[in-house]
Design a protein around this ligand. Structure first.
Ligand code: NDP
Ligand code: 8X3
Length: 252
């Protein structure tokens, strides 16, 4: 029987690449996000080109009720999740603490922390009942250090780091694996979402080779396919040109 993976935020970037690579490795896939058209296209690709089953769920993970309703709309066989990839997230704005917009902070906290908790609160009890399962949270270098103008985003990713450690302890008695992947700069829609400006977005990745979404999907696949007695607690993965959150070896 195929395993079932639920990937939040699969309409672009890391989540989309992860959905593809897990499908190629024989998982049936549940993909989520707010952009229904993209979910539909990816589901068709996974079913028709890759040849496994795929169930798209369109909802805003900031909304607890929407998240619960979406999950419970799944046929019961699909609710037995083997692998939960908590990926949906974003940075909004790049501002010093005294200049940041409260609405940006709310969006980041509601998505990166509360949204991750809402879906985990639904899936973890199923894993506990099954006495098996694997949760992989997407953290960040921003969860390992703080950098100028990224305070609230860094705060949310530090929270993901703590939640990962706590979840691993709470779920230990049930044989459930919990780990995180913490990337540095990955070229996805992340900086466009954060900066809302094409030129500024281009500048972020200029002069060095950033990670690609597939590099992170690869790490997730590695974690997901270790033997039953092996749990990779954390993969901290950087572009070769990046040494710390704001230290890059850029060429002209
Ligand atoms: P993208 O912007 O490409 O993807 C973000 C995904 O999150 C989209 O599928 C988006 O779907 C989903 N999402 C955002 N808000 C919501 C919401 N309210 N409800 C449901 N889904 C939501 O960025 P990445 O792929 O780079 O980001 C994925 C994760 O990786 C994030 O947690 C990010 O913090 C983390 N990360 C990214 C790094 C990078 O440099 N790119 C580095 C380190 C960590 P939709 O808009 O359709 O709702
Ligand atoms: C995304 C990477 O350095 O922009 O989490 O915070 S960074």
């Amino acid at each position: 029987m195929k395993k079932i993976a639920l990937i939040t935020g699969a309409t672009s970037g890391i989540g989309e690449a992860t959905a593809r690579i897990l499908a190629q490795n024989n998982y049936n896939i549940i993909i989520t996000g707010r952009r229904d058209d993209r979910l539909g296209k990816l589901a068709v690709e996974i079913i028709e080109k890759i040849g496994v089953d795929c169930y798209p769920l369109c909802f805003d993970i900031r909304n607890q009720e929407e998240t619960e309703d979406a999950f419970h709309s799944l046929p019961s066989a699909w609710q037995n999740i083997d692998l939960l990839v908590n990926n949906a997230g974003l940075a909004a704005g790049l501002n010093s603490i005294h200049e940041g917009a409260i609405t940006d902070w709310q969006q980041m906290i509601d998505t990166n922390i509360k949204g991750l908790l809402y879906i985990t609160k639904i899936v973890a009890p199923i894993m506990v009942k099954n006495k098996s399962g694997h949760i992989i949270n997407i953290g960040s270098i921003a969860g390992k250090e703080a950098y100028a103008n990224g305070t609230v985003y860094c705060g949310t990713k530090h929270a993901v780091e703590a939640l990962t450690k706590g979840m691993r302890i709470d779920l230990n008695a049930y044989g459930i694996k919990v780990g995180s992947v913490c990337p540095g700069a990955v070229e996805t829609e992340f900086s466009m979402v954060r900066l809302k400006d094409a030129k500024a977005n281009e500048k972020v990745y200029a002069g060095f080779e950033p990670l690609a979404a597939n590099d992170i999907a690869d790490a997730i696949l590695f974690m997901a396919t270790r033997p039953a007695h092996v749990n990779i607690a954390d993969i901290f993965i950087l572009p070769t040109a990046q040494a710390a959150a704001t230290i890059f070896n850029k060429h002209e």
